[in-house]
Design a protein around this ligand. Structure first.
Ligand SMILES: [Zn+2]
Length: 219
C-alpha cells in the first residue's frame, strides 16, 4: 500500500518536473536587488538575519517565497546557498536550519540539519513540498533565528512527512523524514510559505480556548 502510494507520488513528481521545465525559462532568477544583496560579499560571509522585532523584516518574513530555477552553474544561486550556510553556522546565530527569507531573499531554498544521518550533516533543499503528513504528532521545543530570545514547545508537528525537493545539482528527491529532522523540515518549509512557528502556537492557544469554552458550556 505504501509502495503503491510512493510510486504514484513519484509518477506525479515526474509530471510536475516536466511542467516545471516548460515554465522555467519564463521566470526571472533573481531581481537586481536580490542579486546585489547576495553578491555584496564572498561565499563565507554570513548575511544579516531578518528578525520579527523589526517591522520591515517582519513583513518580508510573512511573505511567501518563489520557486527557484535550479542551475548548478548559476553563480548567484551558489553564493546565496553558501552564504546561507555561513549564516546558520555563524557562532552568533547557531541553528538547525535556515530559510532564504531569513536572509531577506524570497526564494524557496533552505538548509536543514539531518539528525537522521551520521554526523548530523547540513543539506540544502530547494522548492520543497510536503506531500503527506503522518497523523502521529510529536512534542518538540523549537527556536528560530528570526525570533530572538524565545523557545516554545509545539504539539502540532507531524512525526513523519513525505517530502519532495530539488537538490543544488538539479536532481530531484522524494523521501520520508521522521522524528526531529521532520520538525526541522516543517519549520523551514513554513518559512518559505511566510509562516513562523509562533503562528502555530497562537493556533494551539485558540484551540485550547475553544475547548475550554466548550467545557464551560457543557458544565
Ligand atoms: Zn525559523
Amino acid at each position: 500500500m505504501i509502495k503503491t502510494t510512493l510510486l504514484s507520488l513519484l509518477f506525479i513528481g515526474c509530471i510536475a518536473c516536466n511542467s516545471k521545465k516548460e515554465t522555467a525559462q519564463k521566470t526571472p532568477r533573481f531581481t537586481a536587488e536580490q542579486a546585489q544583496l547576495i553578491m555584496a560579499a564572498d561565499s563565507v560571509t554570513p548575511m544579516r538575519v531578518f528578525k520579527i522585532t523589526k517591522k520591515s523584516d517582519s513583513l518580508l518574513l510573512r511573505t511567501p517565497s518563489e520557486r527557484v530555477i535550479v542551475d548548478p552553474n548559476d553563480t548567484i544561486l551558489k553564493n546565496l546557498i553558501d552564504r546561507m550556510y555561513a549564516t546558520v553556522r555563524d557562532s552568533l546565530s547557531l541553528g538547525a536550519g535556515i530559510a532564504a527569507p531569513q536572509v531577506g531573499v524570497l526564494k524557496n531554498i533552505a538548509w536543514v540539519q539531518r539528525f537522521d544521518k551520521e554526523g548530523f550533516p547540513f543539506e540544502v533543499i530547494i522548492n520543497p513540498v510536503i506531500k503527506q503528513y503522518s497523523k502521529k504528532k510529536q512534542d518538540c521545543p523549537e527556536g528560530c533565528l528570526s525570533i530572538p530570545g524565545r523557545r516554545d514547545t509545539l504539539s502540532t508537528r507531524a512525526y513523519a512527512i513525505l517530502v519532495e525537493y530539488d537538490k543544488p545539482d538539479a536532481t530531484h528527491e522524494i523521501e520520508m523524514v521522521e522524528d526531529f529532522t521532520a520538525v526541522v523540515f516543517q519549520h523551514e518549509i513554513d518559512h518559505l510559505n511566510g509562516i513562523l512557528y509562533l503562528d502555530h502556537l497562537k493556533q494551539e492557544v485558540k484551540d485550547a480556548e475553544g475547548l475550554m469554552t466548550l467545557d464551560s458550556l457543557s458544565n
